[in-house]
Design a protein around this ligand. Structure first.
Ligand code: ADQ
Length: 406
């Protein structure tokens, strides 16, 4: 059978309010994650590892750093017509921004008309996971559905933040779809588990174009993929689910197979970082058979001097730990931690400077934060800054470029 023609569309226009202040100056998919990645690198790596080399990333909210990251890091060889391109909102259908994720695709249909794909792989940009989308496309083609939604079992109490799926007796056909229900229904075999949509969809191209046009004419619609388009196909009886548990990614360990995290809140963002650093990581960034790709920072290797140590941690290139102690932390590239300082259970982003005898505990420090000598962060000390918050789980978060104490 000839290889199906697939266009990847990444929805990357969301604001990510719950990650503030990390999203004060950038779109959520551009938020740095895991030392030297940005969130969007996970979905793009999944598509590229699957052999999908034509990808449009639809952006809108504060898109500059996302746009720069994609154009610099995801430059494809154009030899075979390959591209990963950021597509800003262009007001092609009149003087308005995108009203929702379905409107983002409707306003970008020119890309689909140019490419003429058989299938559209429409994925969100906000998750940390490995997945081979080609296996989902094969399942979609095999079933003959108009749309296939990736589904995953999650704790029922968390499912209020997701689209929730009820399947028909065959386990494949979606009988009911509820977007963010207040009281999510449980799966038949476990009262504490719900079957959630991962916000990743495969569409037969013609069927999606028709659905988007019908949705555009519906004045009651908010033009949202999960809220309107998927329910449309469910009502039509042509939506199937693809169980993420069936996805087999090369090189996955028993421990990290099936890992998927929505890092939509500061506490989830911190937890997902802690999943990276155990001896046998819950999410393994060292799987070279399905690499998470990004830009290699142009720095020398990390350096430890003057008895500086790091334990149960990941340390980025160009970082210098001088006479300081780092434990259970993810430290990005080009960070300096100086004599007598302690960093514990924290996520430190590129360019941060931590002076002498400082303490940083249970904190997330965004890029270029300056922690002066003797300062304490995350230790019962309030900061006077517009770019500062403490999460419900007690994580102190300091926004980009803040000098502590100023
Ligand atoms: P949410 O993540 O809450 O739920 P949404 O805010 O629409 O839905 O974000 C989905 C994706 O679309 C994100 O990657 C976001 O960046 C992007 N996006 C949002 N608005 C956009 C716009 N105007 N233009 C372009 N891109 C936009 C969704 C589904 C749920 C599912 C969860 C899984 O609606 O059914 O369970 O994802 O996390």
């Amino acid at each position: 059978m000839p290889k199906p023609k697939v266009l990847g569309i990444v929805l990357a226009g969301g604001e990510g309010k719950r990650l503030w202040p990390l999203t004060a100056d950038r779109a959520k998919p551009a938020v740095p994650f895991g030392g030297n990645f940005r969130l969007v690198d996970f979905v793009l790596s999944n598509m590229v590892n699957a052999g999908y080399f034509r990808i449009c990333v639809l952006t809108q909210y504060k898109s500059h750093s996302l746009d720069r990251h994609i154009t610099q890091t995801w430059r494809m060889s154009t030899m075979a017509g390959n591209y990963v391109t950021p597509v800003p909102a262009q007001q092609r259908l009149g003087p308005r921004w995108y009203t929702g994720s379905a409107d983002a695709i409707l306003q970008s249909l020119n890309l689909v008309y140019d490419e003429k794909p058989d299938y559209l792989v429409v994925f969100g940009a906000d998750h940390v996971y490995r997945m081979d989308p080609a296996q989902m496309v094969a399942d979609h083609i095999d079933s003959g559905a108009d749309t296939t939604v990736a589904g995953i079992r999650v704790p029922r109490r968390e499912a209020t933040a997701f689209g929730v799926i009820k399947t028909a007796a065959d386990g494949r056909h979606i009988a009911e779809f509820m977007e963010k229900p207040a009281d999510p229904p449980a799966v038949p075999d476990d009262p504490d588990v719900a079957y959630a949509s991962m916000g990743n969809y495969v569409f037969s191209t013609g069927a999606l174009i028709e659905a988007l046009k019908i949705d555009a004419a519906d004045e009651a619609s908010v033009h949202d993929m999960g809220g309107n388009i998927i329910p449309y196909f469910v009502n039509k009886g042509t939506a199937n689910v693809y169980d993420f548990a069936r996805n087999k990614v090369p090189g996955a360990t028993d421990r990290d197979r099936g890992y998927w995290r929505d890092v939509g809140t500061l506490d989830a963002f911190m937890d997902a970082h802690m999943d990276l650093i155990s001896v046998e990581p819950i999410f393994n960034l060292y799987n070279h058979d399905w690499p998470i790709l990004s830009y290699p920072a142009p720095f020398p290797p990390a350096k430890f001097v003057e008895d500086g140590t790091a334990r149960d941690s990941m340390i980025g290139t160009g970082t210098i730990i001088s006479g300081a102690t780092v434990t259970r932390s993810v430290i990005a590239e080009d960070v300096h931690v100086n004599t007598g300082s302690r960093v514990e259970g924290s996520v430190i982003m590129p360019g941060v400077r931590i002076g002498r005898n400082a303490v940083v505990r249970h904190s997330i420090l965004d890029k270029n934060v300056i922690v002066p000598d003797g300062a304490k962060v995350g230790v019962d000390v309030e900061l006077d800054s517009d770019l500062y918050t403490v999460s419900p789980g007690g994580i102190t978060v300091v926004g980009k470029g803040v000098t502590i104490g100023k």
